[in-house]
Design a protein around this ligand. Sequence first.
Ligand SMILES: *Cc1c(COP(=O)(O)O)cnc(C)c1O
Length: 233
Amino acid sequence: MTRADDLAANLDVVRRRIAEACAASGRDPAEVTLVVVTKNFWASDVRLLADLGVTDVGENRHQEAQVKAAECADLSLTWHFIGGLQSNKAAAVASYADVVESVDRTKLVDGLQRGAHDRSHHVDCLVQVSLDPPDASDSRAGVTPDRLDEVAAAIEEAGRLRLRGLMAVAPQGEEPAEAFARLASIRSSFLGGHPDATWLSAGMSADLEEAVAAGATHVRIGSAVLGPRPAIK
Ligand SMILES: *Cc1c(COP(=O)(O)O)cnc(C)c1O
């Protein structure tokens, strides 16, 4: 099997999982965008994925993402930045990322806005919400639900950024279905104040079914498509 055959077979499985999860909750699979997370993998894989019909790719480290996006500039892909973001890198990220999913503080907004300034289109932004209990020791990134509106408002006021919705990662040590049920309720009150922010990015290789059941519009899938991640790119 060539790498292209492998990726094609894996993509088939993932697309079928998404379709089945949609069927199980009465959703249209067209509502769910597959974002293939290509972190740690080579630009050559990104090219194969584009050939196989993948439209959206995700990266979590700025330097790696910047190089790869430049190497693949001839492909019409939508680049999602899904990693922790330092304020001093925000402008650079917004210069190539089409969607920044990990906006988790107002401090990032100025930089993102500056980076978005020379783009031909708005840069789509998701606010990353933390699903951790407030006293979690290994707390993952994200804004606590009570501060979502503050970050959302900063994005809405920026001008070159477009608030699209929310992103979350299921915390370790909890059933993903439980965490995503909480996310669905956070999202429904968030939509009350931001009715156009309809995107919900949730679900990874291990928990995409639970995320689709909870209303995810974007799933971020790495290893189920690309295989185990090599340690060093
Ligand atoms: C790496 C990563 C993914 C993909 O994880 P897999 O388990 O390989 O599917 C999804 N979301 C984020 C934020 C990630 O960093």
